[in-house]
Design a binder for this molecule. Structure first.
Ligand code: URA
Length: 214
């Protein structure tokens, strides 16, 4: 059991959990300390009732400045992979397990820092409310942080990558790597391999979506 120093985001959620109301209210979230350093909170975006929701870790440097999820390099790679897998990007709702960018300043650069388990858990009410508003058929966790937020801290991506689980919040849930892991591959050969494997996972998602749409 994680002991939170904060009340969690739960008390900052608006009375009605519509995406519009939550998008506004999230700017006032003080559920953990990350709001103190980030430019703004970055809420999820996409069609109101998208069949597919993808959950990343947290906004990156670019997302923090622009206020939109997955608009930086990882988002661009995700768009290419979705296209290769035959999933229309316009039908995907994208969000993050944590709504504020966590970083460390190194000179003029802001280097991504992994959110702590307490921060992930504090932010969970936003994610749960987003899932219950959008009601996606499938949620894909991109990377271990998102996967553990939804599937619990014992969930191991390396063991369960590409599998599908029923989730108490409604959707089928699967997990794959984060697109930034592809970008971090040490050389172009490895990057290509990682990218193809990522696309394979997304093809699996496309197939499950097709069966659920029937
Ligand atoms: N990485 C994420 O996990 N989320 C974003 O929105 C951008 C990069």
């Amino acid at each position: 059991m994680i002991k939170a120093k904060y009340p969690t985001a739960a008390v900052f959620l608006p009375a009605t959990h519509t995406l519009n109301a939550m998008q506004k209210a999230v700017q006032g979230c003080r559920g953990c300390d990350l709001y103190k350093f980030a430019t703004q909170a970055v809420f999820g975006e996409g069609p109101n009732h998208a069949p597919l929701m993808m959950v990343g870790e947290q906004p990156g440097n670019e997302e923090d400045f622009q206020g939109h999820p997955f608009v930086g390099p990882a988002g661009k790679l995700l768009n290419t992979a979705l296209e290769e897998a035959g999933i229309p990007r316009s039908e995907v709702y994208v969000t993050n397990a944590v709504k504020h960018f966590k970083f460390e300043e190194r000179g003029k650069r802001r280097i991504h820092k992994k959110p702590s388990a307490v921060e992930v858990s504090a932010c969970q009410p936003w994610l749960e409310a987003e899932i219950s508003a959008v009601k996606p058929h499938v949620v894909v966790c991109l990377g271990a942080t998102a996967a553990q937020s939804l599937m619990g801290r014992k969930f191991r991506l390396t063991q369960h990558r590409g599998e599908f689980f029923d989730h108490p919040w409604g959707p089928r849930v699967s997990a794959t790597i984060h697109p930034s892991a592809v970008l971090r591959a040490p050389d172009s050969e490895e990057r290509h391999r990682e990218f193809q494997h990522f696309v394979e996972d997304l093809r699996g998602v496309r197939d499950v979506l097709k069966t659920l749409a029937r």
